[in-house]
Design a protein around this ligand. Structure first.
Ligand code: FES
Length: 157
């Protein structure tokens, strides 16, 4: 039995310690907002935060999350997080999603990026592109993602 702290709640999960965080979230805890994309840390669809850092949950075993805080899309955009709310609002305003599959991962990467900036810092387009480069979108929503991240940064300034 392992204990996972997810979205500020403790959960006991009866899975092998080598189980990827993604599957503990989706299959054991029923939090399906985090998506399975490639299973090899290449596409970013499975991005969650571990102690505030964006990680690929498909290749991170639950043993690596022991004693740490996992934050998922379910909490990040639920209104209790200032940066999460700004990113969520910008995503809606700019109608970023197309099929939507990659978008929870995109949003989690955008939130981690904006939280890493000094308050008031307005990232350039190339800084945004490089921060978001690990998240692939098969629908090609990159231009809207860039605008939405910039807009969220402005709203947070
Ligand atoms: Fe379809 Fe990104 S919106 S994969």
């Amino acid at each position: 039995m392992s204990t996972l702290n997810v979205n500020d709640r403790e959960y006991s999960v009866d899975v092998d310690p080598g189980t990827p965080v993604l599957w503990a979230l989706r299959d054991t805890l029923g939090m399906t907002g985090t998506k399975f994309g490639c299973g090899a840390a290449l596409c970013g669809a499975c991005t969650v935060h571990l102690n505030g850092q964006a990680i690929r949950s498909c290749v991170t075993p639950i043993s690596a999350a022991a004693g740490k805080k996992i934050t998922t899309i379910e909490a990040a955009t639920s209104g209790g997080d200032r940066v999460g709310s700004a990113v969520h609002a910008a995503w809606v305003k700019h109608d970023v999603a197309q099929c939507g599959y990659c978008q929870s991962g995109q949003i989690m990467s955008a939130i981690a990026f904006l939280k890493s900036l000094p308050r008031g810092n307005q990232p350039t387009a190339s800084e945004i592109d490089s921060a978001m480069a690990g998240n692939i979108c098969r629908c090609g929503t990159y231009a809207r993602i860039r605008v939405a991240v910039a807009d969220a940064a402005k709203a947070l300034a």
